[in-house]
Design a protein around this ligand. Structure first.
Ligand SMILES: Cc1cc2nc3c(=O)[nH]c(=O)nc-3n(C[C@H](O)[C@H](O)[C@H](O)COP(=O)(O)OP(=O)(O)OC[C@H]3O[C@@H](n4cnc5c(N)ncnc54)[C@H](O)[C@@H]3O)c2cc1C
Length: 464
């Protein structure tokens, strides 16, 4: 089908947020608030931090302020792959922190278990399905890379399965698949916005006071406490946790450690029984293909296919703009790739098309720190794999604010921060060259040129 016709009726909003169940916004803060802990940001980072703070100490007075609506940024518009990995995949974790890789994997597995337990305990109605993920090879060289990755994973005790062409196609049938690497336990699928809304409800029930449409405009020391200015009020707090994602941090020092990268996704109309039968997918796993420029795809609860990724767009000058959340050229490319992957679905139409900004950092996994003499903690830089890892990041922020040494705060991954991106125009030039090189590697059997090899040696990179 002509991709443009398949897209013609797509609504230009995230499928997840286009839901009558979206809760009404809480009023903005007007006047003065006082609390022990102020959480800034109403995505998963902030919501988990607020909820876990009350779990750790039910007597603690917690306020959360959100600039827009709860879950309206990355947390309400992502692919919903909730992964155990805290390190943007095991290969990245192993390359960067070989000495603490086992601990990171263990903490990540426990973190995903804890999310599953919280879904049950708080009745978070977020369509949580622990169906796993298959990384698929769409070229023979990628099949070989997956085989090597499988061998490495086995050496490190990871429970992954290599699937040959017939085995992977028996799970999900695409003529483009050559092989797969199946992680049965390490990834769950969720409805991302419902996860955020459920966390909001759980936090409110636990006693957290939430204000929406309340951006923190400035954060300063105020005697022994902190003062945060908002458009109609002010919060005085003993401590603050910043879960502001890709948005400019209230702390100048962290601003150059992330850049926004726009990522885009489509959902189809719900598939019919016949269309489902034509592609299999009875296991309802998440899938991702394994080139540098990769697609991710999954089924929603009502059997739409969500199909996203590939183009990772660094906006001019690194500036964010809501206008960048729509990109028809990318939708056309994604639609073409979708029908190439699933020719059986010829004639299917797309219901929604949207984009969102990812907080990319040079090591692809979150970094943490404190400011104002330990009164403020922050976590950012999840680089496209924060649905699960933000809960771990919330624990880290609370650990750091408590001043205690924990199994998390001793990690080099927690103690050290990634190198910042260079200032503009160097960032645009460097990211442009890196993206060009990655696309070229995808066309040349994965061969990495001099530039990519130099970045690899320096432990730097660009991903989404
Ligand atoms: C299209 C897309 C697909 C993705 N797919 C996946 C996936 O499948 N799996 C995965 O693991 N990850 C995925 N991600 C990444 C994942 O969504 C993020 O890592 C995660 O949601 C980050 O959560 P957060 O709370 O840190 O940030 P956010 O969700 O961005 O929340 C930060 C919040 O802070 C608020 N804020 C910012 N500044 C202020 C301020 N000064 N005052 C008050 N509030 C402020 C913002 O309004 C925002 O709501 C994807 C991201 C995108 C955009």
């Amino acid at each position: 089908m002509d991709p443009a016709r398949a897209l013609a009726a797509a609504r230009p909003v995230p499928y997840w947020l286009d839901d009558p169940a979206r809760p009404a916004a809480q009023p903005a803060l007007a006047g003065a608030e006082h609390c022990d802990l102020l959480v800034v940001g109403g995505g998963y980072s902030g919501l988990w931090t607020a909820l876990l703070a009350r779990e750790r100490d039910p007597g603690r007075d917690v306020v959360l302020i959100e600039a827009g609506r709860i879950g309206s940024a990355a947390s309400g518009r992502n692919g919903g792959f909730c992964a155990a990995s805290l390190t943007h995949g095991f290969a990245n974790g192993l390359a960067r922190w070989p000495g603490e890789f086992a601990a990171l994997e263990d903490l990540g597995a426990r973190n995903l278990d804890a999310i599953e337990a919280a879904v049950r305990r708080y009745g978070l109605d977020c369509e949580f399905e622990r169906t796993g993920e298959i990384d698929v090879a769409t070229a023979p060289y990628q099949a070989e890379e997956l085989r090597q990755a499988h061998a490495t994973a086995l050496q490190h005790g990871l429970d992954l399965e290599y699937l040959d062409r017939d085995q992977v196609r028996a799970e999900v049938d695409s003529p483009t698949f050559h092989a797969g690497l199946y992680d049965r336990r390490g990834v769950a699928m969720v409805h991302p916005a419902k996860l955020a809304w459920g966390l909001r409800r759980a936090a409110e029930r636990a006693g957290v006071r939430i204000y929406e449409h309340t951006p923190a405009l400035a954060l300063v020391r105020h005697g022994a406490a902190l003062a945060v200015r908002t458009p109609y009020g002010r919060v005085l707090a003993h401590h603050a946790a910043l879960g502001t994602g890709v948005f400019p941090s209230l702390l100048r020092r962290t601003r150059h450690r992330t850049v926004p990268v726009y990522d885009y996704a489509l959902t189809t109309e719900p598939l019919t029984e016949d269309q489902r039968a034509a592609i299999g997918w009875r296991g309802r796993q998440g899938l991702g293909d394994s080139a540098n420029r990769f697609h991710y795809f999954r089924l929603t609860a009502d059997n739409r296919v969500l199909w996203g990724g590939y183009d990772a767009v660094y906006p001019r000058g690194g500036r964010m703009d809501p206008a960048y959340e729509q990109r028809p050229a990318t939708y056309l490319r994604l639609a073409r790739h979708f029908f190439a992957c699933f020719p059986q679905l010829e004639g299917v139409r797309f219901s929604h098309a949207w984009g969102g900004a990812i907080d990319t950092c040079t090591r692809f996994s979150a970094f943490f720190g404190t400011a104002h003499g330990g009164r403020v903690a922050y976590a950012a830089g999840y680089t496209g794999l924060g649905v699960g890892a933000t809960r771990f990041g919330a624990e880290v922020m609370l650990d750091l604010l408590s001043g205690l040494t924990t199994e998390r705060t001793v990690l080099a991954m927690v103690r050290r921060r990634p190198p910042p991106f260079p200032p503009e125009p160097l960032a645009t030039a460097g990211i442009g060259l890196t993206q060009w090189s990655l696309a070229r590697a995808d066309r040349t059997q994965g061969r990495r040129n001099l530039w990519l090899r130099a970045l690899d040696r320096a432990g730097l990179g660009f991903d989404s």
